[in-house]
Design a protein around this ligand. Structure first.
Ligand SMILES: Nc1ncnc2c1ncn2[C@@H]1O[C@H](COP(=O)(O)OP(=O)(O)OP(=O)(O)O)[C@@H](O)[C@H]1O
Ligand SMILES: [Mg+2]
Length: 241
């Protein structure tokens, strides 16, 4: 079964009386435990797609399912629960609570769900993101890279089926971005959750095993990265030509 399946997703926006067809039938699957990425030019609809996949925005038509459970048409409270328990989300801006510590931020989604992150899982998460020594640091005293690694640990805390990340390295310099990508790979391999990463940066997308290209509102191809940024660049440019 796929961790994430999107089928024929369509989404338009109305702006000043004009209709923009942003997604025109997107079909995409991320198998269980896989690490995939989506690349595409600015304005191609990548963030819109991610919002649909996360159940944050309803599609005009089409289907999204997480491990076989459909998100579309669920009542709000059921959608909230499914999202909280099965989908981890990371945005460019990591949205940490500045006055809470690293460990408190990681535990927050579980807390909101009336649960606790088991001590052993917390230790594993802190170790995998390299923040064991920073666990009691308030979030507003972290570097950009540390803050984003806290956000990714938070996304993994509830043992979700799929992690969705929208340009998570957008505010990081290249060494911090590289460290973030290595962290994502480590979490994917050791904790098993599937990942769908959105990035326009070949260096970042190369962390994924497979890249899908979003162009003109549709997925126009997918290729294996071999974890090589040059392969990613060449394949991307070829499909954009
Ligand atoms: N809520 C909205 N209302 C109207 N138009 C929108 C809305 N959200 C997105 N759009 C439009 O949809 C198109 C796709 O936007 P989106 O943010 O999904 O692109 P993107 O691929 O993520 O771009 P970038 O790489 O710059 O982040 C753009 O033309 C944008 O202006
Ligand atoms: Mg975007």
């Amino acid at each position: 079964m796929n961790a994430l399946q999107a089928t024929d997703l369509r989404k338009s926006f109305r702006v000043e009386g004009r209709v923009i067809d942003v997604l025109r039938g997107v079909t995409l699957a991320v198998p269980e435990g896989a690490f995939h990425a989506v690349m595409g030019p600015s304005g191609a609809g990548k963030s819109t797609l991610l919002n649909l996949l996360a159940g944050l925005l309803p599609p005009d038509s089409g289907e999204v399912s997480v491990k076989g459970r459909s998100l579309v048409g669920l009542p709000d409270h059921e959608l909230t629960l499914l999202r909280r328990r099965s989908v981890g989300i990371v945005f460019q801006d990591c949205n940490l609570i500045p006055t809470l510590t690293v460990a408190q931020n990681i535990a927050l989604p579980a807390l909101l769900d009336g649960r606790d992150v088991p001590a052993e899982r917390m230790e594993t998460l802190l170790r995998l993101v390299g923040l064991t020594h920073r666990r009691n640091q308030p979030a507003d005293r972290l570097s950009g890279g540390e803050a984003q690694r806290t956000a990714i640990a938070r996304a993994f805390a509830m043992a979700p089926d799929i992690i969705l990340a929208d340009e998570p390295t957008g505010n990081l310099d290249s060494p911090a971005a590289a460290e973030f990508c290595a962290t994502l790979t480590r979490l994917n391999r050791e904790l098993g959750a599937a990942i769908l990463l959105i990035s326009h940066d070949p260096q970042v997308a190369a962390a994924a095993d497979v890249v899908h290209i979003l162009r003109d509102g549709q997925i126009c191809g997918a290729f294996e990265t071999g974890h090589d940024p040059a392969t990613v660049s060449a394949n991307y440019l070829e499909r954009m030509a």
